[in-house]
Design a protein around this ligand. Sequence first.
Ligand code: GYE
Length: 324
Amino acid sequence: MTCNRRTVLKAGVAAAIVATFGSVGPAFAAKPLVIGFSQVGAESEWRTANTVSIKDAAKKDGITLKFADAQQRQENQVKAIRSFIAQRVDIIAFSPVVESGWDTVLREAKAAKIPVILTDRAVNVTDPSLYVTFIGSDFIEEGRLAARWLLERAKKTPDATFNIVELQGTVGSAPAIDRQKGFAEIIAGNPKLKIIRSQTGDFTRTKGKEVMEAFLKAEGKKINVLYAHNDDMAIGAIQAIEEAGMKPGKDILVISIDGVRGAFQAMVAGKMNVTVECNPLFGPQLMQIARDVAANKPVPKRITVQEGVFPAEVAAKEFPNRKY
Ligand code: GYE
């Protein structure tokens, strides 16, 4: 008797669930996906936009995001990844601050059967099966595009030589290594274009300004071009150039990468000449890939983000369209 009543009751509850959710299966199966994400830090406008894009996309998709800020330190990222493994998240995603030194911790993730998605920056590992996929930009190509802009510009003044100072990104990071490589490849063998100083500014405004001050002290008016691996360093350097009594964008050409709003403002003000776009807004794409990986669907090993080049001439027109 009691047994029967319970059966009826159960059937009633199931019917109510079916009525509410359409079918019994998904209502019970819909456990939110949990992603552990280790971010590089908050070093630049680009990074801030990237963090917002990832957090917003997770929220919109009902994905639980465990977010850890590594403050530009690899050991913090290793700790965060180990804690994600201990918490048994469904997916680990991270933007590696530097390229090397990841084998051990990624082997631990693999042993725990937690798939790893790389975002933005690549790693140098001996076993590519340690991560499922990498979504990010082609940094070598960005460096090439920056140099090609300068080559075109140099054609306008065939007799001039261009002494270049380079502000590099974080030492050992994929964007610093590749942006240097791509740029060097294009100017190689051209006697008019010469890098006279190159030093890291760690992708920040403060360091960009400091290092540019040192460049100016050492080389002064010999400097014709600044090539910065990101906009924030370029914006810091612009201040240093102005404080040294020179005109950024005129006395010293300013070439940079990212395409953040601050760069567009600098171009509109005539203080920067060109920025090569590096798109940080891949949060929605990352969530889609995470869902595919969790569902065991095949995903490409390399997913490249599309981007453009924006010279100062188009800055005012493009500025209202910029989303970061
Ligand atoms: O260009 C820079 C940031 O890894 C692509 O990191 C990213 C770079 C970006 O700090 O602004």
